[in-house]
Design a protein around this ligand. Structure first.
Ligand code: SF4
Ligand code: SF4
Length: 408
């Protein structure tokens, strides 16, 4: 059952349409059902019992990136994205999950299956990737542009406590699945920079997937075990902050856990106290005096705002300020840096035509900057942008990877 106060929000919609033009999906499809306003009106009819949820309604509800652009543009303050997330959960039993999602979510919530698949993925999968047909794609991402699995999970490459000489602080590090299994260089950069600054890093080995891809698909009950496990590990009073290098995991830990637990009628107290400690790595690092030690990095860098960092967590200036303070680095702002890249987690393989249209705009804006690197703090955006850059030589990197290059 959708929480009463969320249900009541539908009556605040004045149908002004201010959410239409900024919506990246509407900009591709140009029909009312694809717009946030259209979806809110359909949800209203379903909640009032005047419309039965149909296959088409279900499809429209998932024709959305959950980028939150509509929410931040709504003059009536409607939490459009929360309404859609709650409705997805509401109709899960009727429509179920696609088998691919069911399989993926079982992997992410199980403790035995994932290591088994990863072992075989590393042993044979990485080499098989190069044999796949060049023209084939996963959604909009060509096979050759898919990332390789880390040779060893990132969290197994370090001790659980990584001490720093002359300790000045202590943080917990939530690595997320992307750093743990795909982008180990991001994790290494996080640890190098933090320990250089005298920050002790605790890397809880038993942390699990944040669960966000699972509960955004409506499968809240399935994600509950992961949420509770992470809350037990990270809601600790003896650390200064909980550092996250992935915008999506950050959004989950910072605000989605408490919203969802509250909407499920569970106790959200622990999630709320954890949320106050969660800090994106770029925000955390922007507090330090980097000028004292940073060496030159001679690159032209532009920055893409991940939706889960900008709109979900309100982080905009910090990654930019971090990059601009690196000596020798030339920062150039791209047009529409705050517009979604078209990835949207599973959106890009469920709706490749819509996603590729949105990504094409992003790629055009990146090329216009003539940057050598696109910085972004979200592995999903990284995959989507890299996958759609074509033959361009532009690299995609996390801001902390660029900063790590400036270490003495
Ligand atoms: S901006 Fe808000 S009030 Fe206006 S149509 Fe969209 S959801 Fe309704
Ligand atoms: S969340 Fe994003 S894609 Fe979905 S309706 Fe709102 S603006 Fe459009």
């Amino acid at each position: 059952m959708i929480a009463k106060e969320l249900q009541d929000e539908v009556y605040n919609c004045i149908k002004c349409g201010l959410c239409l033009t900024p919506c990246p999906v509407y900009q591709q499809l140009f029909y009312e059902g694809a717009s946030p306003r259209g979806k809110v009106q359909l949800i209203k009819k379903v909640l009032e019992g005047r419309l039965q949820p149909s296959e088409h309604f279900h499809r429209l509800l998932f024709t959305c990136l959950l980028c939150e652009t509509c929410t931040v543009n709504c003059p009536s303050g409607l939490k459009v994205d929360r309404l859609m997330k709650a409705m997805r959960a509401e109709i899960l039993d009727q429509f179920g999950l696609a088998w691919q999602k069911r399989m993926l979510f079982h992997l992410l919530t199980g403790t035995r299956l994932l290591p088994f698949f990863l072992f075989w993925g590393r042993t044979v999968g990485n080499s098989l990737l190069s044999l796949l047909p060049k023209g084939g794609k996963v959604g909009t991402i060509p096979y050759p542009k898919l990332p390789r699995l880390n040779a060893k999970p990132f969290r197994n490459q370090y001790p659980e406590v990584i001490s720093a000489p002359g300790r000045k602080g202590r943080v917990l590090y939530f690595t997320g699945c992307a750093t743990n299994y795909l982008f180990e260089d991001v994790g290494r950069a996080v640890i190098q920079v933090l320990t250089h600054l005298g920050i002790e890093v605790i890397l809880p080995r038993d942390q699990v997937c944040c669960g966000l891809p699972i509960f955004l698909s409506g499968a809240r009950q399935m994600a509950l075990k992961n949420m509770k496990k992470n809350l037990g590990l990270f809601n600790r009073p003896d650390v200064d902050a909980v550092i996250v290098d992935c915008a999506t995991c950050g959004a989950a830990l910072k605000k989605e856990y408490s919203h969802i637990l509250e909407e499920m009628g569970e106790d959200g107290g622990a999630a709320e106290s954890l949320g106050k400690k969660v800090v994106d790595i770029s925000s955390y690092l922007s507090r330090f005096n980097l000028e004292k030690w940073a060496g030159p990095v001679r690159e032209r860098v532009t920055y893409h705002d991940p939706c889960h960092l900008l709109r979900s967590q309100g982080v905009k200036e910090e990654p930019r300020s971090l990059l601009k303070r690196i000596p020798g680095l030339e920062f150039v702002e791209m047009a529409g840096a705050d517009v979604c890249c078209g990835g949207g987690g599973t959106f890009q393989w469920e709706h490749p035509e819509i996603a590729s249209g949105i990504s094409a705009n992003k790629v055009r804006a990146i090329k216009e900057t003539q940057a050598t690197i696109v910085a972004t703090g979200c592995p999903g955006c990284r995959l989507q942008i890299h996958g759609n850059l074509g033959e361009e030589k532009i690299r995609v990197a996390h801001p902390v990877e660029i900063l790590a290059k400036a270490l003495p």
